[in-house]
Write a protein that binds this ligand. Structure first.
Ligand code: ADP
Ligand code: MG
Length: 231
């Protein structure tokens, strides 16, 4: 057991360069993406806010300043009222944050270590459409490895740790399985199932079906005491 200690981790530990988290098993990190070229072309401006290591300071809205002036609100200004508002997170990542920085500052190598040690681990992205969830989780241009997001980096880190344990000939052996599902409109869709392709092929032969969209049956979401939620 000692020999695998390097690959094992207890929840709560922070890896090199990671944020020190103040207890608790849930960490909340906010990432602000840069304006897109099309948004700059459309004349959009950045929201009035300052980003610290852990704090977001929203500036007061110009429209509701204390002098009673009725200025037009700056477009994109997210704060209402006459005072700045400060929100604290476990980490705040600005627009110059790379995918590699994000992985490090969120302590995700530790999370992989915890998963290898048998703890359940979850990473999820939350935000409005266009805020950068897919970019953060899956990545940018697939041809550029430095743009790889959380999922490919997490897989690489997890398998690196599993291989490290196995290559030392330890008593432990691992079985890894991967599923890829989409929860959309309260339906769970298995993105690895070939149902869609089968239906599409059948449709092409008979000419009776369209693109195949909407024909995939959704999975049922189940729960077991020892396994938690699964589809
Ligand atoms: P969501 O999945 O939340 O709807 P996307 O991940 O598709 O949003 O992001 C919207 C657009 O912004 C995409 O064109 C994406 O490439 C770009 N984008 C998102 N985050 C970043 C970032 N950190 N740096 C540069 N571009 C980004
Ligand atoms: Mg998306």
């Amino acid at each position: 057991r000692d020999s695998i200690a390097g690959e094992m981790a207890k929840p709560g530990g922070a890896g090199a360069g990671a944020v020190e988290y103040e207890g608790g098993s849930v960490r909340v990190v906010v990432r602000v993406r840069p304006l897109l070229p099309a948004e700059v072309e459309d004349g959009l401006v950045k929201a009035g806010m300052d980003l610290g290591q852990r704090a977001v300071l929203l500036q007061p809205s110009a429209a509701e300043g204390t002098d009673g002036a009725v200025d037009e609100p700056a477009e994109g200004n997210v704060s209402r009222g006459d005072r700045a508002r400060k929100y604290i997170f476990d980490a705040v990542l600005g627009e110059t944050c790379t995918q590699e920085d994000l992985f490090a500052r969120c302590g995700l190598a530790d999370l992989a270590a915890q998963a290898v040690s048998g703890f359940h681990a979850t990473v999820f992205a939350y935000g409005q459409t266009g805020s950068g969830k897919t970019f953060t989780m899956e990545g940018g241009q697939t041809s550029r490895a430095e743009q790889d997001g959380v999922v490919p980096r997490m897989l690489a880190e997890t398998f690196r740790r599993l291989n490290a344990v196995e290559s030392r000939g330890d008593i432990l052996s691992y079985e890894a399985s991967v599923s890829f599902a989409q929860l959309y409109n309260e339906q769970v869709l298995d993105l690895l199932a070939d149902t869609q392709a089968k239906i599409r092929n059948a449709g092409e032969k008979t000419g009776s079906l369209g693109s195949g969209m909407g024909y995939q049956r959704s999975l049922s979401l189940r729960w077991r005491a020892n396994e938690g939620c699964f589809a």
